[in-house]
Design a protein around this ligand. Structure first.
Ligand code: ZN
Ligand code: ZN
Length: 181
């Protein structure tokens, strides 16, 4: 996603150019359509790219392990620094931050890497295919979103006799103490 900003670099600080984004980008191991609008603003140091983009990525549901399309909203805000002076063609010092994005010697910014990074951050840690995903049966692995499986519900052990014994024992202690008074 390459945008030539040579005209914008010659414009006065604060001037904004809106740019429509609609491109296929490699995101999280798959190709995704990215759409939205990005404003490119001339700053005192370079170009600030700011906008909201929408895309969808294929991810695995953390509960039922099925693949589904997860919508992502990317609120991008990144400043791009020129490495070549747009008027004189002279080389400019690199930005102090080594991770900064740069505008190449042809005055082109490439939004692809920023989109890639923002998308990775936007993917949920534990994605769910739907709000109330029922998950898999721990016994047979059946996807419970497709209905119940044939496994019987876990048996409840009869604990009442043991509890009764405990109660009787403590009653006996109380009675003994009363007897010694
Ligand atoms: Zn699921
Ligand atoms: Zn089951």
């Amino acid at each position: 996603m390459r945008i030539n900003v040579s005209q914008q670099l010659k414009a006065s600080i604060g001037s904004i150019r809106e740019y429509e984004v609609s491109e296929i980008v490699n995101v999280a191991g798959g190709k995704s359509m990215v759409q939205g609008e990005v404003g490119l603003m001339r700053t005192d140091r370079g170009i600030l790219a700011k906008g909201t983009l929408h895309t969808e990525v294929e991810v695995t549901c953390s509960r039922c392990l099925s693949l589904f399309s997860c919508p992502l909203t990317l609120n991008i805000e990144e400043e791009y620094f020129p490495i070549t002076d747009v008027v004189s063609g002279a080389s400019l010092p690199l930005p102090e931050e080594p991770s900064s994005f740069t505008i190449d010697e042809h005055h082109v910014i490439d939004l692809t890497e920023a989109i890639h990074q923002y998308a990775l951050l936007a993917i949920p840690m534990k994605p769910l295919c739907r709000g109330g995903c029922a998950g898999l049966c721990p016994n047979c692995g059946h996807n419970l979103n497709q209905g119940p499986c044939d496994c019987s519900p876990p048996e409840t052990e009869p604990r009442w006799p043991e509890l009764n014994k405990l109660t009787l024992a403590s009653d006996a202690v109380v009675n003994e103490q009363k007897g010694t008074e």
